[in-house]
Design a protein around this ligand. Structure first.
Ligand SMILES: CC(C)(COP(=O)(O)OP(=O)(O)OC[C@H]1O[C@@H](n2cnc3c(N)ncnc32)[C@H](O)[C@@H]1OP(=O)(O)O)[C@@H](O)C(=O)NCCC(=O)NCCS
Length: 200
């Protein structure tokens, strides 16, 4: 098991591939992160978006990084391995008041950096950040039912299945994919307790 240190908004972990640092992404990471994003989509196995449906540019990725890292209930994290951006995790609470507390997660690690602990480092940073965040009380995500590696990662971080949608997605060749909804509660000091948000 690797250990975690934390200085400011930066987490460090020793992985099978060297020292990984997780921190807030910067707008100048946009080109590298767009590269990781398109590489993962090219694999065709893990996301709804097909590679030619990715409409983001370096400028729009930079704008998204700025936007998420300015919001009090969102973060765009980057994982750097020996200085190179090899992964990212986006965690976004909803914009509507009734969804502020519920943050959705998306995670991408470049194929060359998988299986060494980078995804774990991103998830660990995210859970710690969410636990300290006074707004977020729930983390949720969707994952294809066949994505066993990702599901195992989420389970290791305390996520449980809260729903299953059969034949939710249809591939170009006519095959269907099932969708799993997973979530976990996060309870930091600032989080409202049971019924807290609604207590009169
Ligand atoms: C899912 C994903 C984010 C996981 O990231 P990852 O970096 O591969 O995850 P980790 O390396 O932390 O954990 C994966 C494995 O490595 C092992 N591992 C963790 N830390 C380790 C370390 N320090 N040294 C060696 N192995 C380690 C874990 O035990 C785990 O093993 P297992 O799942 O085979 O039992 C990544 O595979 C990915 O981006 N996949 C494609 C996109 C995707 O599926 N995104 C999620 C869509 S919902």
């Amino acid at each position: 098991m690797f250990s975690f240190g934390r200085g400011g908004r930066r987490w460090r972990a020793d992985t099978g591939l060297g020292r990984v640092i997780v921190e807030d992404a910067r707008p100048d990471d946009a080109a590298a992160l767009l590269g990781v994003h398109s590489e993962v989509l090219e694999e065709g196995l893990y996301f709804i978006t097909e590679p030619d449906e990715l409409t983001e540019s370096v400028a729009s990725k930079a704008a998204l990084i700025r936007d998420l890292n300015r919001r009090p209930n969102a973060r765009f994290f980057v994982a750097r391995l020996e200085g190179e951006a090899v992964g990212m995790l986006l965690v976004q609470g909803g914009n509507l008041r009734r969804l502020h507390h519920n943050a959705r997660i998306e995670i991408y690690v470049a194929a060359r950096a998988r299986g060494a602990g980078v995804g774990s480092a991103l998830m660990s940073s995210c859970v710690e950040w969410a636990t300290e965040n006074p707004i977020i009380t729930k983390l949720s995500l969707n994952v294809f039912a066949h994505n066993v590696r990702a599901i195992k990662l989420y389970e290791r971080f305390g996520f449980t299945r809260e729903g299953y949608r059969a034949r939710e997605y249809r591939l170009a060749d006519g095959r269907y994919l099932d969708d799993v909804l997973m979530s976990r509660a996060v309870e930091g000091d600032g989080a409202a307790g049971e019924g807290g948000a609604f207590s009169a």
